[in-house]
Design a protein around this ligand. Structure first.
Ligand SMILES: Cc1ncc(COP(=O)(O)O)c(C=O)c1O
Length: 384
């Protein structure tokens, strides 16, 4: 049967019908008063979502573009930066920083393990000359399903006093509490196709007053992603360039839906989805890649031993039309990832776990107790 695709990858994520319908219109002029009103509402709602009074700027880029905007607007060639790397996206921060001529010091952990916050503490405490200009960390490491302890790392950055704290919140924003103002995070990057519940195409960057101070002396070249003009035009509910107007209209609707649900409820829902997914997978005797204490609210990585990850993905897609994500880089073929980010409900998790159970039986895995996965996931839902 066609048209029953169930997208359970960590992005792009499913889009609510209300959002799809809001976008299904002729574009309107991006300099019109009508669009100005939409931009004004969206900008205020983004501040609500980011829990900040800082600028939150909307760019026509994917998440990586938002990350790049963070680097090029606030740093200069040769600047020393500490970059946390325990997966594909931490690696990307490192590669990007190197590409722009920064002096990069990587703090690494094995893929599937969280970053060691003490290593940040030591490096920052030893930097009495204040040469470290930024600490750059991925919050939810999508490639492994590990949530790094940004709150603790940020405390050490605050003790240091000089360095900017830059965070990739691409799969944590709108899924996990990240109070930008309470914590004093300087630059936070995210992308539309994740917790925002809209299609790919928009990136977001929040910028603290301290980061704007750094902007004044930052020397890396920039033009399209120069955040100065974005900030200036945002104050007039406008953009420096033509934005994807229909996507912004979709965003307006999605943010209204999020406000209706409420931040606490959104975070609670993602915790519930994460716990039920993990419980269901464990009950099927499939090993999880990362530890429970550092589990991402957006994605669960599973590392099967007795059956190939890719075989599971193939059957899940072919028989149940459920798209799961594969492993990336050296984890390709070794893991599969279940996304539970954005417009995802308890029912979706029960469906995935049920289909996974049936898939394992079909692949001849005889250790599966029929119903065990569903029972474990349902227990989480019953208790929360
Ligand atoms: C944590 C994280 N950072 C960055 C990105 C890159 O985003 P994009 O593919 O939108 O450029 C992704 C995308 O999956 C991500 O999950």
């Amino acid at each position: 049967m066609n048209d029953k695709l169930m997208l359970m990858i960590p992005g792009p994520t499913p889009v609510p019908e209300q959002v799809l319908l809001a976008m299904a219109k002729h574009p309107i002029g991006h300099r019109s008063g009508e669009f100005g009103q939409i931009m004004g509402e969206v900008t205020q709602s983004l501040k609500w979502l980011h829990q900040t009074e800082n600028d939150v700027l909307t760019l026509t880029v994917s998440g990586t573009g938002a990350m790049e905007a963070g680097i090029i607007n606030f740093l200069s060639p040769g600047d020393r930066v500490l970059v946390g790397s325990n997966g594909k996206f931490g690696d990307r921060w490192g590669k990007m920083s190197t590409a722009f001529g920064l002096e990069v010091e990587l703090i690494t952990a094995d893929w599937g393990k969280p970053l060691d916050t003490e290593q940040f503490k030591e490096k920052l405490a030893a930097d009495t000359e204040k040469t470290i200009k930024a600490v750059i960390v991925t919050h939810s490491e999508t490639s492994t399903g590990v949530l790094n302890d940004v709150e603790t790392i940020n405390r050490y950055v605050k003790d240091h006093g000089e360095a900017l704290m830059m965070v990739d919140a691409v799969t944590s924003l709108g899924a996990f509490n990240l109070p930008i103002d309470d914590w004093g995070l300087d630059v936070v990057a995210s992308g539309s196709q994740k917790g925002y519940m809209i299609p790919p195409g928009l990136g977001f960057v929040s910028v603290s007053p301290k980061a704007w101070e750094a902007y004044k002396t930052a020397k890396l070249p920039k033009f399209y992603l120069d955040l100065g003009p974005y900030s200036k035009t945002a104050k007039k509910n406008s953009n420096p360039f033509t934005p994807p107007v229909n996507l912004v209209i979709g965003l307006q609707m999605a943010l209204r839906m999020m406000q209706q649900e409420g931040l606490e409820s959104i975070f609670d829902r993602h915790q519930r989805l994460m716990k039920a997914t993990r419980a269901g997978v464990k009950a099927l005797s499939l090993p999880l890649l990362g530890p429970d204490e550092y589990a991402s609210p957006a994605v669960t990585a599973v590392a099967p031993v007795s059956v190939e990850a890719e075989k599971i993905r193939t059957v899940m897609k072919k028989h149940y039309d459920i798209a799961l994500a594969g492993g990336q880089d050296h984890l390709k073929g070794k893991i599969f990832r279940i996304g539970h980010l954005g417009f995802v409900s308890d029912r979706d998790v029960l469906t995935v776990i049920g289909a996974l159970e049936a898939t394992l039986q079909e692949l001849g895995v005889d250790s599966v107790t029929p119903g065990a996965g569903i029972a474990a996931a349902a227990k989480v839902f019953a208790q929360s």
